[in-house]
Ligand binder design. Sequence first.
Ligand code: HEC
Ligand code: HEC
Length: 379
Amino acid sequence: MIIAVFFFSCQVDWSQEEIHLMQTLTIRVPQLDPSNHYESDPLAAELGRSLFFDQRLSAKGDKSCASCHIPSQYFTDKLDHPVGFKRNTPTLINAAFQSFFFWDGRRDSLWSQALDPVQHPLEFDSSIEELANLVRSDDCLSQRYLTIFGESPTSFKLPDSQTIAVHIAKSIAAYEFRLISAPSPFDHFAKTLQQGQTTSHYLDSVAQKGLKLFIGQAGCIRCHHGPSFSDGQFHRLGIPDQIEPPTLSDSGRWQGMLDWQAHHLNAASEFSDDTTSYRARRVKLMQVSDRDWASFRTPSLRNVAMTAPYMHNGSFPTLESVLEMYNLRTNIVAHGHHPEPLLTPLELGADELNQLILFLHTLTSPIADSWLEPPPLCD
Ligand code: HEC
Ligand code: HEC
């Protein structure tokens, strides 16, 4: 009897509106990127999966994408930032829900992003030419290339190196498109509620209270919404890059916007498979503004408990420290005339902060076994 009373007092009640909000956050399949016709092709995705782990993409043969986006670590590296970089390595799980990539959104597709690490001196330090030569010179890669893209990389008509590299990048994007989280305890919980069940073993009452704060009083859902808990937009939280004196030295979206619009592989470029889509049209429609300075793309919160440290510069070691920043808004740098209007100190108590953190832990999904190991290049 006492136990029954205890359970009853712990139950969290949910309104229809809250149940509806939860549904908007549940995991689903992302939309295909119209600029990449190969994204839905399973053969392209398999090729991309091999290449993601292939160290031959780097000039010295010592690095692959998986060196920094380590699959067993939710495709992150657990570092503040890789040596020589100023930004934290983001997870690639659920990246396909985004339409701007990197913290500053300087690329508008997964495929155009993939050629940056190939050429970056601190990453693969290779080139478009060398990447194309690898495909031309390796029988297995050439064969797979021909099957998917319908033309031999070594044929007489000889596709140029840039075309080969873009095709390879589109296959890596097709692989990344499939890195979608399995349902987390939160997704299971939202589903049981929608089915009309009032109790669930997926979220205990503390995490449920955290969920209620997240979608209600704490206002997190205003930016962290949709199936990946990101609005895909850029906001200036005022997180300093340098502590003494606190400064916003990283221009973030400001430079990211300019880079993107000038980039030769954006969605409006000749290498895009659809230059009429909104992704292509927005290249000309959007304009950089003062608001963009030091703003960064809202990160996904799925698996966030597994991907410390946090923020664009990896300067927050724990979820507790992130929540403290939202709660007190101390050590924050203001810029210009446009402070982030959505953020005022939350002034929550220790119990409530703990509830929010426990809720964030319920966004962790298991990693698929098939993500961990590279497939053989050829049978
Ligand atoms: C030296 C470590 C390193 C290597 C190697 C590396 N990355 Fe990254 N990756 C990063 C960092 C750091 C960022 C964030 C940089 C920024 O935002 O300016 C990033 C960002 C990304 C993003 C953007 C994700 C998002 O949510 O916006 C994608 C996609 C990505 N990398 C894919 C790849 C692929 C594919 C490869 C291999 C071709 C690769 N990376 C190789 C460190 C690395
Ligand atoms: C105004 C939009 C906005 C609101 C509201 C907001 N966030 Fe964020 N959140 C962001 C942005 C943007 C970043 C990245 C900022 C940066 O790196 O400089 C971020 C980063 C984070 C991170 C770090 C994730 C990572 O992988 O680095 C966590 C955790 C987080 N937010 C949780 C929350 C919680 C919990 C709330 C509610 C209390 C909340 N956010 C409210 C926009 C927002």
